[in-house]
Design a protein around this ligand. Sequence first.
Ligand code: PLP
Length: 392
Amino acid sequence: MTDWNTRTKLVHAGTRRSQYNEVSEAIFLTQGFVYDTAEDAEARFIETGPDEYIYARYGNPTVRMFEERIAALEGTEDAFATASGMAAVNGAMTSMLRAGDHVVSARALFGSCLYILEDILTRYGVEVTFVDGTDLDQWKAAIRSDTKAVFFESLSNPTLEVIDIKSVAELAHAVGATVVVDNVFATPVFSRAVELGADVVVYSATKHIDGQGRCLGGVICASRDFIRKTAEPYLKHTGGALSPFNAWVMLKGMETLDLRCRAQADTALAIAQAVQGHEKLANTIYPHLADHPQHALAMETMEKGGTVLSLDIKGGKDAAFRFLNALQIVTISNNLGDAKSIATHPTTTTHQRLTDAQRASLGITDGLVRFSVGLEDTQDLIADVLAGLDAV
Ligand SMILES: *Cc1c(COP(=O)(O)O)cnc(C)c1O
């Protein structure tokens, strides 16, 4: 299986068949498992092997298939699936940190990630230093001999900054710190975070892995040691387990993940190229456009530029709202990675909680629109976006 290429892993890795030899993965919609004898029950609680299930909060065969498939794709020894992306971020960080520990994090984060780093961890005595994730000098200055972990989104939301995973990992590993990467925007298809030095990679499976807007889910990918000795004890006792039904949706989503992400990224690039320099736009942000601030790094580390682009519309909130309200195909929502194209106004929605100064420091202007590109026809989407800009 380790020799298989991505598409083969996405279709077959981790498959377990019941006594019926079903073709498609079965949904084991069960909480518990029966033991033949009292002795079997006793043994199960002493020695838990990979096939020995006890209770679905600890593990379940459908969930296990999803974990094994994503671990195979990511290139980690193991994975633990969670009820949402945030349960994965919280599980990865909280399970490894203690009061007094020091963490360095990039400042440009998904709102709930920022809440965990800034409000929750600090409440329990963890010290967190925030840096501009694109500035290696800031990482160098902030990482100390006692730094326990670093955290960042490899491709940030919503301004699409590309973080140099390899260089940050080298700085972190020099002091023995664990590198935790939220790889959602870069996608498991385009980013090789583990090869570049990430120790722990977290995903919101809600995004591209489901990819069709149905279920919440998340996953932590890491070494067997980290998953079994650090993450699992915390997660199985605190109740963030993924539902077997949702795991099944994610498994079926993975079969088409590579195809979808490639099609969506090709369209994203085509739209970015079609609107770049438009008179109504102050900026078109897409990692594989030549004027992106980390273009060279994006070309080197990401096979495609991702499925999201951001448009900075001249004229602030009013202009952005006129654009959004004029779109006919693209829907206004706040998810991403979906088959349906989705546009978001971060200032008034996902990043509303931040102060004006915080938003300004992250480059989130009042005219910024995040655009998650779906699977619709490329020319139809370009026409929709151009008509939206005409309405501004
Ligand atoms: C959506 C998202 C999350 C949280 O995932 P949920 O499944 O919504 O909990 C975390 N990080 C990033 C970058 C995201 O886009």
